[in-house]
Design a protein around this ligand. Sequence first.
Ligand SMILES: *Cc1c(COP(=O)(O)O)cnc(C)c1O
Length: 496
Amino acid sequence: MDLLYKSTRNDDIKMTASQAILKGLSDDGGLFVPEYIPRLDMGPAELVNKSYQEIAYEVMRLFLTDFTEEELKDCIRKAYDEKFDTPEIAPISKVEDTYFLELFHGATIAFKDMALSILPHLMTTAAKKNGVDNEIVILTATSGDTGKAALAGFAGVPGTRIVVFYPKDGVSPIQEKQMVTQKGENTFVVGIQGNFDDAQSGVKAVFGDKAMAEEMDRAGFQFSSANSINIGRLVPQIVYYVYAYVKLLENEELLPEEELNVTVPTGNFGNILAAYYAREMGIPIGKLVCASNENKVLYDFFETGTYDRNREFILTSSPSMDILISSNLERLIYKIAGEDAGRCKEFMEQLSSGGRYAVTPQMREELSGFAGKFATEEETAAKIREVYEDTGYVMDTHTAVAAAAADKYRESGQDNRKMLVVSTASPFKFTRSVMEAVGADCSGKDDFALADELSKLSGMDIPRAVEEIRTAPVVHQTVCRPDEMKRVISSFLGIQ
Ligand SMILES: *Cc1c(COP(=O)(O)O)cnc(C)c1O
């Protein structure tokens, strides 16, 4: 029997994994969730000495049950190859008493590569399985990192096109340069005069536009999503939590069954949700610490049970976490609402009409496996500097938010489990903020000059991803208002 996926807003909608990957978002605006979270049939001890690719197969086959062994292994082989700068794919660095799970060794040096290197393969396989002849148009809103990772994944993939919207003034210079220099006939990058939430809401509106879908179909296109709402992104992200636990066990950093806390720098709640799924699958994860920057809507939610996006949107040095509407939280709300799609829908309707909702005390109890912590801009910079001065290890701003949040969790004295901090970007992606944090003089220097200095200071080679864009020509220059997104997409596809 296949594991089916249902919508968080309507129990009657059910589809196979491959269909859910193709659709991205359910027609009713809900997110796809598996009918149940499968348990690993091999415990961590039995997975010891397996490679990343082998563990990926053991995890993903349980979720993507309508893919054949050959199809899935083929997708995994194509995704996790020399695009990563280390055969470990997701290495762990032990720095003082903290384990950093480095998820930035892929093509675009941020953790989005972990899932977006495999999504195009899952999607084209899914299209074949379901007899889809339309060209698939990937529509993506990005806070900076998804965009480039999705472009890198889908560029040149036959049968697909990709359109990326990013907040024109809300990403780092390196992030912007990475996107606007993207090659590939099937790629299209657009700056939005607005923030990430505007871009994401615009994309959701286009997805929900039935007239547009019909027009697209007539022209031989259909939309899909590479955003973290797609289960084709969520499932590959579960893999590295299983892998990390297994490696720590293998290296005798953990005893069998020992619980490990995990801190995740969080924006759209996709990465930490994958950790939650890993725990539900049977990996001994203790507390899940949800780390926020000054846009601490999730921290407030875990503290009070009220989610309230009515607040000022703050641009921080960790832009990939500058988000006030964390889409993937809907999957957790669904779960703690007793898998009641009707109730979940009510909360989400309150969120879109009034910008807030409050969960019940009973639902709050279900959140006890989570702790919310946040770090201010000063605390984030101080953490980068402190760890650099004490150990020489240089981390990026997002990772530093998590490291500072992990400290706050430890200081709260709730338990003394070991801590894994998820490291989501290379310091070379947010060079200026990192160099300022360590006290370097940055005035008058561009980001590439600073990358050279960072390389000297950290002893790390400049990643290929940065070298590549140093001299690359800008090929995408379109900028539009959020209300023009639909028109811009139509004109790129030539359907008007
Ligand atoms: C996307 C991103 C995050 C946030 O991850 P979510 O899954 O959206 O919570 C954190 N750090 C970096 C560097 C990112 O690119």
